[in-house]
Design a protein around this ligand. Structure first.
Ligand code: BGC
Length: 383
């Protein structure tokens, strides 16, 4: 008599591997149009192996294997980013960005994988004292614009100054703008331009000193440092290197205007996101000019609450200094609805001194070179 025993139902190695990948982050691939930044690709493949062993049945197959593959959602094509052209005369186009921006949402895993997402790890913040004079360090915020000296927190992230001017004309609640570069191009003078150093290489560093001086002379209310050092596709720098380079380029301006730490993503990968910021602050040991921290956030609209946990974690990692949210957008759904949901809360967060939605560009806050899209109208008009 032969007995058939089911001896194993195991998820093969692929399950564990991809569960980790799922938990850790998403790869967002920038399209040829650099404004279409946040197309992304996520692959889920769960493979189960079922092995049956038939006891004593020597002439039958000892084991049978069955593979089940689930795939959600369908992958999308990726396209490389356009190269930058930056000059201190012309409006600074985007710096060289590799095709991939790593962004993580701290989101629960789908039920078929049954692993819980790791929390964004935040180490205890180290004691960091800004070397900038008290005049530029954090004060209690008093409503829109906080202590930044701006009339409102809302900003315009742009590459095309013409579009930024049109948007600024419609958005009475927008007081400032930035373009990831150090030169505003033809941005209207009534919009406060905040220069960004972006990276620790040419052409950024040669243009920085004089562009930052000009911006401050024109009334810039802050300076932004490197862009997403925790992202290999962006400024990509170790916290220790970034601390040294940030100090080198920002110290001449300490005490003149508030200076932001390098911006970070909301990646939950080891060494990225909040972890990167914590390590940066630690490497600074109180000696870097940092008056506020600068963060980015992307996730699906249903995880909008993680925007606020990210801001909170950054505030803590930044030794309770103010925060600027200089890129954010939902990866799906109705952007206008998302903005209506999150903006009142952003406005009410005292430690948040500035925010700019990603971004004033076609198919984002604009629907053409001259017209605001429907989310653009929401962003421009919300009180
Ligand atoms: C890049 C910038 C670019 C912007 C808009 C940012 O992530 O760092 O170089 O201008 O996206 O495309």
């Amino acid at each position: 008599m032969f007995t058939k025993n089911l001896v194993a139902l195991t998820a093969v190695a692929g399950l564990a591997e991809q569960a980790v990948a799922f938990n850790s982050h998403r790869h967002l691939h920038r399209a040829a149009d650099v404004n279409v930044k946040r197309d992304y690709v996520t692959h889920w493949v769960t493979v189960y192996e079922t092995a049956y062993v038939t006891d004593g049945q020597l002439d039958s197959k000892a084991a049978a294997t069955e593979y089940v593959a689930n795939s959600v959602p369908a992958p999308q094509p990726t396209v490389a980013a356009a190269p930058p052209v930056v000059s201190s005369q012309a409006p600074p186009p985007p710096p060289p960005a590799s095709p991939t921006t790593l962004v993580t949402s701290a989101k629960p895993a789908p039920v078929n994988i049954q692993v819980s997402a790791p929390p964004i790890k935040v180490k205890e913040p180290v004691a960091v004292t800004s070397s900038a004079p008290a005049a530029t360090t954090s004060k209690a915020s008093s409503g829109n614009g906080g202590s930044s000296g701006l009339s409102s927190k809302r900003g315009i992230a742009y590459n095309d100054a013409g579009m930024a001017n049109i948007f600024g004309g419609e958005c009475k609640t927008c007081s400032w703008a930035y373009n990831w570069g150090s030169n505003p191009g033809s941005l209207n003078k009534n919009i406060n331009f905040i220069p960004t150093l972006w990276g620790n290489k040419e052409p950024f560093i040669s243009a920085w000193q004089s562009d930052a001086e000009k911006a401050i002379a024109n009334g810039a209310k802050a300076l932004f440092s490197f862009n997403e050092c925790d992202n290999k596709g962006q400024a990509n720098m170790l916290p220790t290197d970034a601390a040294a380079a940030h100090t080198k380029y920002m110290s001449p301006f300490a005490g003149q205007v508030p200076i932001g730490a390098p911006s970070i993503t909301n990646s939950g990968q080891k060494g990225e996101g909040i972890e990167w910021l914590t390590e940066f602050m630690s490497a600074c040991s109180g000696n870097c000019p940092v008056d506020f921290c600068n963060v980015h956030w992307y996730s699906e609209a249903q995880y909008a609450d993680t925007l606020f946990t990210h801001l909170e974690a950054a505030h803590k990692a930044c030794n309770n200094k103010p925060i600027w949210l200089t890129e954010f957008a939902p990866l799906d759904g109705d952007a206008g609805g998302f903005l209506k949901q999150v903006i009142p809360k952003l406005e009410s967060l005292d430690y948040l001194h500035g925010y700019s939605y990603f971004m004033v560009a076609n198919d984002k806050l604009m629907s053409s070179a001259t017209s605001l899209s429907s989310p653009g109208q929401v962003y421009a008009a919300l009180a």
